[in-house]
Design a protein around this ligand. Structure first.
Ligand code: C2E
Ligand code: CA
Ligand code: CA
Length: 422
């Protein structure tokens, strides 16, 4: 269930609207909240000149209007009326100003359209070439790609409202004792027709559009709620064990705005969870690309008492210099090294070096993607404290995870039957 906090920002959405022939879409002087892309139909752009209506342009499928006021907040400089039944995609200002990834087709498209129009006006003013106001093929291609992205993003937003997103949990096991050490929360999207969309597909799209900020906020809230229940259950089933931790993946985009970090802090504080049982997983990218922002963000979240893990360690920049600059707690060794460690001496050496490096820096280690008993044994021999992977258990729903805990799991030398979840 999306909380009030998340719902508040989910209404800044892109949506389709229908206008009947003759209906005014906006009027000269109106405040400009939105821009519009014509999906089908036609509109007329007009102004009043000495009491008479003057038609400035007629726009059709794929064309955009209202973008200037949406961008600069000035009142509308013209009136737009549907001249036939018209369906438009509405892009509101809140969406335009949301934090975004580097490659942004929407921004690209709007700027290209503005430039085309400005050049056209210049031509007209100077009386040089004939300005047609038409959009060139390159811009058209950019528009098509922006529309595709907008549609997928809309689908994801609708899916979020329809509660099609869920979190699954994968156990993280203490390799020496075989007991549960914690869980990693992993996002799942199941469409209403039952089809699963892989996070490998939708997370990059959500990052590209900025939607990851809201999805990530929701995931943190959901994971904390479930963690509170899991910890209670672990306390009943294993009274002699610590309650275990919950690792939540956090996108760099979530940590690039102080405002968002404040919101995350608020979610953690308000939830009443023991913050020492919450671990945020980040990739190296943020730490390396934006060290100042990362330092401020990590300082803020560390002050709450949560811990920080570096995800996919060894695959990114692997610049060791950042390791001691930030208040880190855990390194997660990427699956690629684990799957090769019993086949390639080099991978085994890399895992060994990362384990030693972590131990020298007093960081914990979690190995990802353990699929075979031999990998679990080898990791234990190398002194790796914890691991996760299909050999122990696949990610499963909160309900299945509760059942798993109640079954008093212990992954020892002979392992358990790999879970059939997912
Ligand atoms: P990740 O954080 O590296 O997550 C581990 C991935 O490895 C998960 O894939 C998990 O299901 C898979 N995995 C675990 N054990 C094994 C194994 O033994 N063998 C193999 N082949 N795979 C294993 P998943 O769930 O498809 O997630 C993919 C990626 O999507 C994650 O990689 C993470 O980068 C991203 N992601 C997932 N949930 C979230 C989220 O809530 N927020 C953000 N920002 N990213 C997320
Ligand atoms: Ca992760
Ligand atoms: Ca990982």
């Amino acid at each position: 269930m999306a909380s009030l906090l998340t719902m508040k920002s989910m209404d800044e959405t892109t949506f389709s609207r229908h206008f009947a022939a003759g209906e005014e879409i906006f009027r000269m002087g109106d405040p400009g909240e939105s821009a519009y892309i014509i999906e089908c139909g036609k509109v007329e752009v007009s102004t009043m000149q000495v009491g008479a209506k003057m038609i400035l342009a007629e726009l059709g499928n794929g064309e955009i209007f209202g973008e200037m006021s949406m961008m600069d907040n000035a009142p509308r400089s013209a009136t737009v009326t549907a001249t036939e039944d018209t369906r438009v995609i509405v892009i509101d200002r809140a969406r335009f100003h949301r934090p975004r990834g580097d490659r942004d087709p929407l921004m690209n498209m709007l700027l290209r359209v503005l430039l085309t129009r400005l050049r056209d006006t210049q031509h007209k003013l100077c009386g040089t070439a004939m300005g047609t106001g038409q959009i060139d093929p390159a811009t058209q291609e950019i528009q098509q790609s922006a529309l595709r992205q907008i549609r997928i993003e809309d689908e994801m937003r609708r899916a979020f409202d329809a509660e099609e997103f869920e979190l699954h949990y994968q156990p993280i096991v203490a390799l020496d004792s075989g007991y549960l050490a914690g869980f990693e929360a992993l996002m799942r999207w199941q469409r209403k027709n039952g089809e699963f969309v892989s996070p490998m597909e939708f997370i990059p799209l959500a990052e590209g559009s900025g939607l990851i900020v809201e999805l990530g906020r929701w995931a943190l809230e959901r994971a904390i709620k479930d963690q509170i229940e899991f910890a209670k259950c672990i306390g009943r089933v294993f009274p002699y064990l610590t309650p275990g931790f919950m690792s939540v993946n956090v996108s760099g985009l979530q940590l690039s705005e102080m405002n968002e970090i404040e919101l995350m802090a608020e979610i953690i504080e308000r939830s009443g969870v023991d913050p020492s049982t919450i671990k945020l997983e980040l990739t190296e990218t943020l730490l390396v690309q934006d060290p100042d922002i990362a330092a401020a963000a990590l300082k803020k979240v560390k002050a709450l008492g949560v811990s920080i893990a570096i995800d996919d360690f060894g695959t990114g920049y692997s610049s060791l210099s950042y390791l001691h600059q930030f208040p880190l707690d855990t390194l997660k060794i990427d699956r690629a090294f684990i799957s090769n460690m019993n086949k390639s001496e080099n991978s085994r050496r890399i895992v060994n070096s990362i384990t030693q490096l972590a131990s020298a820096l007093e960081l914990d280690i979690v190995a990802e993607g353990i699929e075979e008993k031999a990998q679990m044994d080898a990791l234990r021999d190398l002194g790796c404290e914890a691991g996760q992977g299909y050999y122990m258990a696949k990610p499963a729903s909160a309900e299945m995870t509760m059942k798993l805990i109640e079954g008093q799991p212990r992954w020892q030398e002979f392992g358990m039957e790999p879970s059939t979840a997912e």
